[in-house]
Write a protein that binds this ligand. Structure first.
Ligand code: NOJ
Length: 449
């Protein structure tokens, strides 16, 4: 295959709570995920696993950065743990927390890996949850204070920020069905309010980041949701899959890209939105809308899509349809049509900020970790991504989820998404075959596919 466009970026991603460990070290305050995991015996997390130690990247970041260099990563997307910086969510700054991220950023820069920083990947300071968390508008204001501190400290070293990771999951899983921290099951009206506060938090934080950075920044947001692709490649089916992707009246409105992005970019919802969502947006004062500007880019986390027919109806998967170890459909076409649909609606450049698959990885008798399923998945998804780009979707880079195996939220350590195997008891890292495959992809800018 021909190469990806010149300057296309290749990288990988992870999030603080999923890999750092050191949950109570060096002045860090507790987060809602610490509380959720420590509330054992409630079935919150498989095997009552916690992120207390995880991959211990808080102490092993240097070794991990070196592995990233070996694989050839150009970008590493990580998130900052808000309670490491503000143990109480606001007020006093914990210098030791800032120092840790400073060291991580330097370790990456020394190896010519660009640090891409996500401000919020779900570990809200517990102190803020006690005051209502995302139901409380003050949380958005505190988020701006936190963003300002990061911008000042990392000025000149970090040029790409993402404000919020998957606001749809923050709301739908954390405040909707309660399977994620803080484990609440609020009414849809309250969930809609949380969503508007997250949109506001994005706006306030983006403004603070720009205000306190001397160099131009690239600021994105990373939503997720239903992405439909047409089962037949006809103009009618493509059109129907576009409509189905952004139809807020279907299934759950929370798990749509537009539940966050329409509010953030257009400051309103379309006719398909349920009444309470429109009302929540209508209640936002103009002075708040003035703080909310479109992001510079959309980060897309994409794992599987929904195949639709020429009427946009979801087509049930046939028996034996290929699925990953966690039963997510293997649907490479979503990489071609998802970015096209998002570009058509929002007209913004995009990065694939997450993509990957969980496998039942283990160390084989030869001491290696062989993961042909993951290689095949990556290969297929990248081929389709290339088609989408050729058809006009401006996707500027691809980040693999994840570099290391890590803590997969309510599934604990039972799901392995890494291209590097983590032998948790020994805290040993082993490059999987897919890491070598990905290294070739990066080296040839996709030509080897
Ligand atoms: C998206 C989330 O951002 C990430 O934290 C999670 O581990 C992956 N999906 C895989 O489920």
């Amino acid at each position: 295959m021909s190469e990806f466009p010149k300057g296309f970026l290749w990288g990988a991603a992870c999030a603080s709570y999923q890999c750092e460990g050191a949950w109570n070290e060096d002045g860090k305050g507790p987060s809602i995920w610490d509380d959720f995991c420590h509330d054992k015996g409630k079935n919150h997390v498989a095997n009552d696993d916690t992120g207390d130690v995880a991959c211990n990247t808080y102490h092993r970041y240097e070794e991990d950065a070196e592995l990233m260099r070996k694989v050839g990563l150009e970008v590493y997307r990580f998130s900052v743990s808000w309670p490491r910086i503000f143990p109480q969510g606001t007020g006093t700054v914990n210098e030791a927390g800032l120092d840790y991220y400073g060291r991580l950023i330097d370790a990456l820069l020394e190896r010519k890996i660009e640090p891409w920083v996500t401000l919020y990947h779900w570990d809200l300071p517990s102190a803020l949850q006690k005051k209502g968390g995302w139901l409380n508008r003050d949380t958005a204001v505190a988020f701006g204070e936190y963003a300002a501190v990061l911008a000042k400290r990392f000025d000149g070293r970090v040029k790409t920020y993402m404000t919020i990771n998957e606001p749809e999951c923050v709301v739908g899983l954390g405040y909707g069905n309660g399977i994620h921290a803080p484990g609440l099951k609020l009414s849809e009206r309250d969930q809609a309010l949380c969503m508007q506060n997250l949109v506001l938090a994005h706006g306030i934080a983006a403004k603070a980041l720009r205000r306190y950075s001397s160099a131009p920044l690239q600021i994105g947001v990373v939503p997720c949701g239903r992405l439909c692709y047409p089962l037949a490649d006809t103009p009618e089916s493509v059109e129907a899959s576009y409509r189905a992707t952004f139809d807020l009246s279907r299934d759950s409105w929370t798990f749509t890209f537009n539940s966050f992005l329409d509010s953030c970019i257009f400051h309103r919802y379309d006719d398909s939105a349920p009444g309470f969502l429109k009302e929540a947006a209508a209640a936002v004062p103009q002075s708040d809308w003035d703080l909310i500007e479109p992001p510079d880019f959309i980060g897309i986390n994409v794992y599987q899509g929904d195949g639709t027919d020429e009427n946009g109806a979801l087509v049930r998967r046939y028996e034996g349809f290929p699925v990953t170890a966690v039963k997510w459909g293997v649907t490479p076409e979503v990489m071609r049509f998802g970015p096209r649909h998002l570009y058509r609606r929002y007209g913004l450049p995009m990065y694939i900020t997450e993509n990957g698959q969980a496998c039942n990885d283990r160390i084989f008798l030869d001491g290696q970790v062989h993961d042909p399923d993951r290689i095949d998945y990556l290969h297929r998804y990248l081929l389709e991504l290339k088609k989408g780009i050729e058809e006009g979707a401006p996707v500027k880079g691809y980040l693999q989820w994840s570099f290391l195996d890590n803590f997969e939220w309510s599934a604990g350590y039972s799901e392995r998404f890494g291209i590097v195997y983590v032998d948790y008891p020994a805290q040993r890292r082993i490059l999987k075959d897919s890491a070598r495959f990905y290294a070739e992809v990066i080296k040839s800018n996709g030509k080897c596919l």
